[in-house]
Design a protein around this ligand. Sequence first.
Ligand code: X2X
Length: 333
Amino acid sequence: RRTLLKSLAAAPAVVALGRPGIARAAEFDLKYGNNLPVTHPLNVRAQEAVERIAKETNGRVQIQIFPNNQLGGDTDMLSQVRSGGITFFTPSALVIATLVPAAAINAVGFAFADYDQVWGAMDGKVGAQVRAEIAKVNLYAFEKMWDNGFRQMTTSGKPIQTAADMAGLKIRVPVSPLSISMFKGLGAAPASLQFSEVYSALQTKVVDAQENPLPIIQVAKLYEVQKACALSNHIWDGFWFIANGRAWKGLPEDLQKIVAGAINDAGMKQRDDIRKLNATLQADLEAKGLAFNRTSPDSFRAKLREAGFYAEWKGRFGDEAWGLLEGAVGKLA
Ligand code: X2X
């Protein structure tokens, strides 16, 4: 006992930056990185989860959040969570699909009609299959996916009314094979860029358009560099809350339970936040100068069918996964 106390006293004090008042390293000092501004509900709810975890574990588990691409872009954070450099990361399904192709299934264009279909699929069989695939690359995916939202298209010029308006459009998409394939199928000229580069790419006119859910357009201030927004709802996108597999297994079971409970609960609240924001954001963004128009999915779906998009991705995902998706949303191709 005495020796232990002595060696503790002799150990150099570890000062955790950004967490004043906590002078000594916790038993489990974990890092969580993400790509979104602190004002996004993902960060607000993650912060609450982190506080609850510290409290319920009596300080044994301390998680430090690095928001807003502080640790690099999505592809950097994906390598870091694989190597264990960080313990947690929340990639969009589109982004983790570069490593786990099955994870792009929810992003098939114009698949989901509404949130009932979304959560029916992602809390059900479609999500379970993706989680199993994520586990195969030694990452642990928490049960409840967090919401990014239905993706909408913004442009600096002409608004997008039908698929014909997309011909040759220089549009930024996430680093994701499915996004590239889909926007090429629609006749656009998509460019993959990490989220950290989007604002300046629009500002400097490297691209003329981008696509993201309204909450992202708001918190990342994309309305400052875009003029019009087509409510296309072309992809439903969510974030997988993932952990490094080894680090996760290294947590004693009682701590795993607390961490998973806090993160899944926070995820459910975050879904609610996004749902509420969706009801109010159009007016906010209009007041900031973004002009909105509605679109029908018909011309877009027809163009994608004609381009062979659905047939191609049915082949890539395989009949089983495709069947699960169609079981949740109806026939696609
Ligand atoms: O990069 C994007 O567009 C974002 C923020 O929606 C994702 O994380 C995929």
